[in-house]
Design a protein around this ligand. Structure first.
Ligand code: ADP
Length: 182
């Protein structure tokens, strides 16, 4: 059985992440979404919250597992018997960092390959950071994240919307959805 490990912060999971998980599912027997604590990035959601959101969002997808890990990624991949590491490339700007990371991981364990996949074009602008920013300002993000994530962001950011548009406007939502469908 060939397994790919998809590591990341997933703070929170977006439709871009989900797109990659589905693509990888066509190539591998098992996709393990491996959530790193990444405390240095001061995550909005706790590790357990992130895990629960990913679990709810992939519940309908066959052969996808959700896990958390600490320490070196290559050690985790080895422990899980993973055949490859999956990372996403959205734009050229991702390349340099991902290139460094992949080569460092190869230095640490040369048996582990990193593969890169590109999301659907309309998800290339999506990042957890931008989603959090838009949600914080009261923008509608329903087209960009799975429903459990939308709900959780609304709950989490509800008190911090003094100048924002609570719940967003349907006009903005329509525009954003039109773009994301493209
Ligand atoms: P990290 O903090 O490890 O970068 P992220 O959760 O931000 O964790 O991202 C995990 C992986 O998913 C990274 O390889 C990132 O490039 C990729 N990724 C993030 N957003 C998208 C997207 N919209 N489309 C494709 N890949 C993405």
């Amino acid at each position: 059985m060939r397994a790919v490990i998809y590591p990341g912060s997933f703070d929170p999971l977006t439709n871009g992440h989900l797109d990659l998980i589905q693509r990888a599912g066509k190539l591998f027997d098992l996709v393990v979404v491996a959530i790193a604590p990444n405390e240095s990035k001061t995550p909005l959601f706790s590790l357990e919250e992130r895990r629960s959101l990913v679990e709810q969002s992939v519940a309908q997808l066959p052969r996808v597992e959700v896990d958390t890990f600490e320490g070196l990624l290559v050690d985790y991949v080895q422990r899980r018997g993973g055949h490859a590491v999956l990372r996403g490339l959205r734009a050229v700007s991702d390349f340099e960092f991902e290139f460094q990371l992949a080569l460092m991981n190869r230095k640490l364990n040369e048996r582990i390959e990193t593969i890169f996949m590109m999301p659907k074009e309309s998800y290339t602008f999506l990042s957890s950071r931008v989603i959090k920013e838009v949600a914080r300002l009261g923008g509608e993000i329903g087209c960009f994240v799975p429903e459990p994530v939308r709900q959780a962001l609304k709950e989490k950011l509800r008190p911090a919307q003094p100048g924002g548009r609570p719940g967003g406007t349907s006009y903005a939502a329509d525009l954003e959805c039109a773009t994301s469908r493209g």
